[in-house]
Design a protein around this ligand. Structure first.
Ligand SMILES: Cc1cc2nc3c(=O)[nH]c(=O)nc-3n(C[C@H](O)[C@H](O)[C@H](O)COP(=O)(O)O)c2cc1C
Length: 250
């Protein structure tokens, strides 16, 4: 039995530990083939997926991601932004050059992101759990070397799929007034009440959860989250080394 899209999203929480029950090839391939039906920028399908099957590569990725469960159960994929395939298909130098520039760089990240979101949703609707692993970019160069990623490719996410071991509590989300505006952008001061209410919900969630309960606030959490940016200060340099975002003359 599969859940509807609405049921799937309303029940969604990230799962980080999976049982030993295998995800069959049939199920895994069906998730991917279904997710491929998502829209794709300029119909370029600018992503590739690398399934990690060798335990030693998986262990290395778990180390980069700093999450031991990544080396354990379920299937592990690396979602790659990929204009390399398109460069091999594009006949002219102007087209090849266009694939390196910001517009198509962003297109490949957008495609990889939508594909990942769709795989998460299809997997969840079939009773599997998932975790999107942006922390694969804690050491982008190591991942590029480990997976032999050529020019015009970049790792975007790890994605682990499997049968959930525990069911964590659901994290609240901002109320609509904080994210849905009419006709023009709204400054946060104009929806302060929604932010204050969310802060209270967030606090209650962190205090009440069964593992790692703590005192938490929206301001503190936002600040803490930005610490990971410090690990990625060489990201632009690596993106350029992969052949994207050439320096422009003008
Ligand atoms: C782009 C992206 C990157 C993420 N990277 C990680 C990660 O590296 N490790 C992790 O444990 N969770 C990761 N997550 C999951 C988020 O932490 C999670 O979605 C968020 O805390 C909200 O919790 P929920 O999904 O359970 O509602 C990521 C989610 C997204 C969308």
């Amino acid at each position: 039995m599969s859940l509807s899209v609405t049921e799937t999203l309303n029940a969604y929480r990230t799962q980080r530990a999976f049982t030993t029950q295998p995800v069959t090839d049939d199920s895994f391939h069906q998730i991917i083939a279904t997710a491929q039906q998502m829209p794709t920028s300029q119909y370029l399908q600018a992503y590739s997926l690398i399934e990690i099957t060798k335990p030693e590569i998986r262990a290395k990725l778990a180390e980069i991601i700093t999450m031991p469960t990544v080396s354990e159960n379920g299937r592990l994929l690396v979602v790659v932004a990929d204009q390399h395939r398109n460069a091999s298909l594009a006949p002219g130098t102007a087209a090849k050059r266009a694939l390196t520039e910001f517009d198509r760089f962003a297109g490949s990240i957008e495609d990889a992101t939508l594909m990942t979101a769709a795989m998460v949703m299809v997997a969840e609707s079939q009773g599997l759990g998932s975790v999107v692993l942006g922390s694969i970019n804690n050491d982008t160069q190591a991942v590029i070397d480990l997976l032999h990623l050529p020019t015009l490719t970049l790792p975007v996410f790890g994605l682990q799929l499997g049968y959930p071991e525990v069911r964590p509590e659901k994290k609240p989300r901002l109320a609509l007034p904080a994210i849905l505006f009419k006709d023009q952008y709204q400054e946060p001061t104009s929806y302060q009440r929604a932010l204050t209410e969310f802060d209270q919900q967030l606090h209650a969630y962190y205090q009440g959860r069964t593992s790692h309960a703590r005192d938490e606030s929206l301001a503190h959490m936002t600040n803490e989250a930005l610490g990971s940016a410090a690990k990625r200060h060489r990201f632009l340099q690596i993106v350029r080394r992969q052949g994207f975002l050439p320096e422009l003359d003008d």
